[in-house]
Write a protein that binds this ligand. Structure first.
Ligand SMILES: Cc1ncc(COP(=O)(O)O)c(C=O)c1O
Length: 476
């Protein structure tokens, strides 16, 4: 019998790269285990690992508390008898919500409709209609096990000719896109965001990427916009969004709008979020649009529950039937995630028993994210050789670092990308885990890293970061 070897696997799998859980994260985990098992005898110059590498708010060590309303509804759905056994524990609106969901769904241990529970899809449609002022059709909404599943499905459906069908992706980008394109043998067509103007999206850059694709014989099928951005935290203004929609019309592109950070807005008065659905409807544009949302981000942070949805706009019933066929193969999205989506799009309203606590919890999270992100940007910008856009949205900062020739040579010697070399040194010296910019894509000769604004104790760890940067700069 021939053994199963890596070489005998689907070659597309070998091309998949996913930096957010790459070398840095693996090493951070090794340090964490070492500290846990050996304490002070670990030999490490720090007493804890600070995970600023992943937008996973409820992760141990970050400890963003879950929203009580969400967990109470989830608890009653997991064990419906609780409604009878502990009637005084739960607010009335929670019991009413769980009862309504239970009557529709029954046991969360059963498969649901493959597209997602119809009642929850109706809630999503109402949420979208209220947000945008344009109607939404529940039949055009798919509930998913996180936004990632939806993105992956769409990319798998759009790649019609291996390596010859392309999707335009922003650089820097969230590596889900390059990884999924690699998996499905699609071509990533990179367009650069403009750091000098707060990581804005320039139409000229997308046009340039389209020209390159044409020269390479690649036919572009879709355009990905991440708004608010990851890793940049940038927000598109409505005027730019209109230009993006017109560009999709001109080049017959499907617009994939990744809007999972739509409620992570640090300065909403000056930097509001506008959905692409609203812009497409306002312009009465015929472009096919798929927009993604998730319970993993926002203030919900329920990453492990795996819930999200996508809405299809200007997509024919025949194509939707194909999507339905494909999601049927996976039977259904996780019920816990679907219930999480219902809670996200239908939070308590003024007058509901749960409302005051829900409001307090969500306001506290929004405030903490905004203040941490502002503070970190301010301090990072004071460091020599570091510049950082003070991002108005999402959960990240993406500082640029200048690295000396000596540091670059040392990185080469160590067989690392220069920013990975910097990030590894940072991890080893301080326990702070970030993701090097090379994992998101960046211009030749530029170096960045991404850190989240999810860690409590900013003062302490930014202090460590500053000290490290000074020492690194002295050494190299
Ligand atoms: C831009 C972006 N899209 C999608 C996702 C995936 O989210 P989910 O947990 O819903 O799959 C993430 C996760 O970090 C993200 O940053």
């Amino acid at each position: 019998m021939r053994p199963l070897t890596v070489d005998s696997l689907n070659p597309a799998i070998l091309n998949v790269q996913y930096a957010v859980r790459g070398e840095l994260a693996i090493k951070a985990e090794e340090h964490r285990v070492n500290l846990q098992e050996n304490g002070q005898a670990s030999g490490l110059p720090f007493d804890r690992v600070i995970s600023t590498n992943i937008g996973n708010p409820q992760q141990k060590g970050l400890d963003q508390p879950p929203i009580t309303f969400v967990r109470q509804v989830a608890a009653l759905m997991e064990w419906p008898d609780l409604r009878r056994l502990a009637p005084d524990v739960f607010p009335k609106d929670v019991i009413a919500r769980a009862t309504e969901l239970y009557e529709e769904i029954g046991s969360v241990g059963a498969y649901s409709h493959s597209q997602g529970v119809p009642l929850i899809r109706k809630s999503v449609a109402n949420f979208i209609a209220e947000r945008d002022g344009y109607p939404s059709n529940p039949a055009h909404i798919f509930l998913t096990g996180g936004a990632s599943y939806g993105v992956s499905l769409l990319i798998s459906m759009l790649i019609s000719t291996p390596y010859k069908t392309g999707i335009l992706i922003p650089i820097p980008q969230y590596p889900l896109y390059t990884a999924t394109l690699a998996q499905h043998s699609g071509a990533a067509l990179p367009y650069h965001l403009d750091e000098a103007s707060d990581w804005s999206t320039a139409i000229g850059e997308i046009e340039a990427a389209l020209e390159t694709a044409a020269k390479d014989g690649i036919s572009p099928k879709g355009l990905v916009i991440i708004n608010p951005g990851n890793p940049t935290g940038a927000l598109l203004d409505e005027h730019t969004q209109e230009k993006v929609v017109r560009l999709c019309e001109k080049h017959s592109l499907v617009l994939l709008a990744d809007e999972v950070y739509q409620t992570n807005l640090h300065r909403a008065e000056t930097h509001p979020f506008t959905s692409f659905k609203k812009v497409v409807r306002k312009l009465d544009s015929p472009i096919p649009l798929v927009s993604f949302h998730s319970i993993s981000k926002g203030v919900s942070g329920e990453c492990g529950r795996r819930g999200g949805y996508f809405e299809c706009v200007n997509i024919s019933d025949e194509v939707i039937a194909m999507m339905y066929k494909m999601v049927s193969v996976g039977l259904c999205p996780p019920l816990a995630g679907q219930i999480g989506v219902d809670c996200m799009v239908r939070p308590p309203k003024v007058g509901d028993e749960s409302y005051p606590l829900w409001k307090e919890e969500t306001d506290t999270i929004h405030k903490a994210l905004a203040s941490r992100s502002g503070l970190m940007a301010e301090r990072l910008n004071k460091l020599p050789g570091v510049s950082c856009v003070d991002s108005p949205g999402a959960l990240y900062l993406y500082p640029k670092i200048e690295l000396s020739d000596k540091a670059i040579a040392a990185a080469k010697e160590a067989g690392k990308e220069p920013d990975a070399f910097y990030a590894l040194a940072l991890l080893d010296a301080t326990g702070i885990c970030v993701v090097p910019g090379s994992g998101f894509g960046q211009k030749e000769g530029e170096y960045h890293y991404r850190l989240t604004c999810l860690c409590p104790g900013v003062d302490e760890y930014v202090g460590k970061l500053e000290k490290f940067h000074e020492e690194f700069s002295k050494k190299y």
